[in-house]
Design a protein around this ligand. Sequence first.
Ligand SMILES: Nc1ncnc2c1ncn2[C@@H]1O[C@H](COP(=O)(O)OP(=O)(O)OP(=O)(O)O)[C@@H](O)[C@H]1O
Ligand SMILES: [Mg+2]
Length: 437
Amino acid sequence: MRRKANEPFFLTGLDIGTKKISIVVMETDPVTSESHVISIGSVNSKGIKKGDIIEPDLCVESIVNAIDKVESSSMFVSDAILSVGPSQVDSIILHETIRLREEGDYERPVTSSDMIDVVGEAISSARARSDECLLHAVPLEFSVDQSDFMPDPRGYKGTELTVSLLAIFAPLKSIRDAVDCAEKAGLNVVGVIHKSISAGFGSLLPEEMDNGCVAVNIGAGTTSAAFFKDGKLQNLALFPIGGDQVTSDLASVLGVPSINAEYLKREVALSESGEDLYDELEFALDGKAFITSVEEVLSIISPRIEEILSRFLKPVIDSFGSEEAICSIVFSGGVAKTPGLLSYVEPFFGAPARIGTPVDPSSLPLENRGSEFTSAVGIVNYFMEKENNPDLYLEPSLTDLVKEAEGSNGPITQGGKFIKKWREFIQALKNAFSELF
Ligand SMILES: Nc1ncnc2c1ncn2[C@@H]1O[C@H](COP(=O)(O)OP(=O)(O)OP(=O)(O)O)[C@@H](O)[C@H]1O
Ligand SMILES: [Mg+2]
């Protein structure tokens, strides 16, 4: 993206979700760093299951519909950053060490260039460990001669420099499919990020990111968790389970269509008790009244929500850090709108929880201030953070994509037009990466 230093600029984020596709266009003033949303559009998504694109043509159609929605408010959308959440994601924290001096040389202070070298080595080592696409690399901390880890080792003298690096992998095919769909819909993709990160940047306050906070996002087909501390991402995880499973449980146990199950699910609060449990819920089905009770609906939805919390989220949140390290948990995504969720989740976790909505919502239309929009809004917040701290979040996956594309024997997809666009995309990413190393 080329622009004059002091000119306000526009950024577009495309959040590809199982239930909905959202586009956010944000204008940022580079002098004050103030951003505001100038347009947001969201449509039902098609062709996506549990975060994976399974019918690309339907996905392209949905993205086009979302673009039309934004452009109908007289905005022109072009360069876009995608937020994706394929059902598989792996993260590892690895350590890599380089020598700062040869035998007989004097000790010298660590420089920025040493930091770049050790991070580069760690990225190579991460790549060698997996065939998947290295989507993000986050240098967490550094140590000089096995000292305590520190955020910035510059100026310390020693013989060896070690970095602790968080590497996040996703299947290359999933990333390629998402870029392919966005490009076919007419967007010029300039970046790809994992949606657990965008959900974090869209829902957490700066002090929460500093103190230690897990951003949980429970959407239609996926549940993600991203742990932030000391102002940056420390780890993440994603599971292919979400609110759609709750709806389909209700639909199959009660034998009703999904639309009615969705209605029932939203009518009950997880905190209902006493007399309220016997309240009846009624709707028309095939010309007759279908009647159930709050108690029956709760008996079907609670086990699935409990499974998400205790079987999936609890172990992963425990693995992120000690109870002292995790000061709070913020729940977002559509499922966070379930009435009574907050009091229901508290017994599962040792830390206080809150429901997250998009940070700084003042420029958002009222209908887009719900928990389900944190991931879309967070795309642009993440990009701004990366602009302001270019060494903090690296995306070496871009070179992985280049290698894959150049090494492939046949066309990446059918159709010359797309290959050309893909090459342009690769070139843009290649340039972006070479600025870092
Ligand atoms: N008021 C509500 N009560 C309970 N569940 C709700 C409510 N509103 C939305 N949901 C659920 O939230 C889910 C949609 O959430 P969201 O829009 O965050 O998903 P998504 O981003 O499209 O999917 P994903 O991120 O998992 O790919 C659906 O399962 C829907 O039933
Ligand atoms: Mg989502």
